[in-house]
Design a protein around this ligand. Structure first.
Ligand SMILES: [Mg+2]
Length: 130
């Protein structure tokens, strides 16, 4: 589980640092980072990403368009995606879920909350592949 490679996508280097530090705290030390959806797609193509944590509001390509692009590729149809954003209205959550994120967390969050979200997603993914 700790060898899982997590792609962190956020236009804020500070937020990326907060997320990667939180992940390390709860046992996930292998991370790669991207500043927007376009960069993230390139990092995905480099391979071996097991899990995506993405922001919504970003320049170049936002998180929602990034997720739609990822889900349009059959090989990534079940790749776990957690959206981390300040956008927490019911409408936003529904739009993200329709784009097929696995789960959604609103900033700010604690490392423990992040861990619980990740583990919740991994359980669902395992159940679905049985
Ligand atoms: Mg942002």
């Amino acid at each position: 589980m700790t060898s899982m490679k997590i792609l962190i996508v956020d236009d804020s280097i500070t937020i990326r640092r907060i997320i990667s530090t939180a992940l390390k705290t709860v046992g996930y030390s292998e991370t790669v980072e991207a500043a927007n959806g376009k960069e993230a797609l390139a990092k995905l193509e480099n391979g071996n990403v097991d899990f995506i944590i993405t922001d919504w509001n970003m320049p170049e390509m936002n998180g929602l368009d990034f997720i739609k692009e990822v889900r349009s590729k059959p090989m990534y149809s079940s790749l776990p995606i957690l959206m981390v954003t300040t956008r927490g209205t019911e409408h936003d959550v529904i739009e993200a879920l329709q784009a097929k994120v696995n789960s959604y967390i609103v900033k700010p969050f604690t490392p423990q909350e992040l861990k619980e979200k990740i583990e919740g997603i991994l359980k669902t993914v395992q159940v679905n592949t049985l």
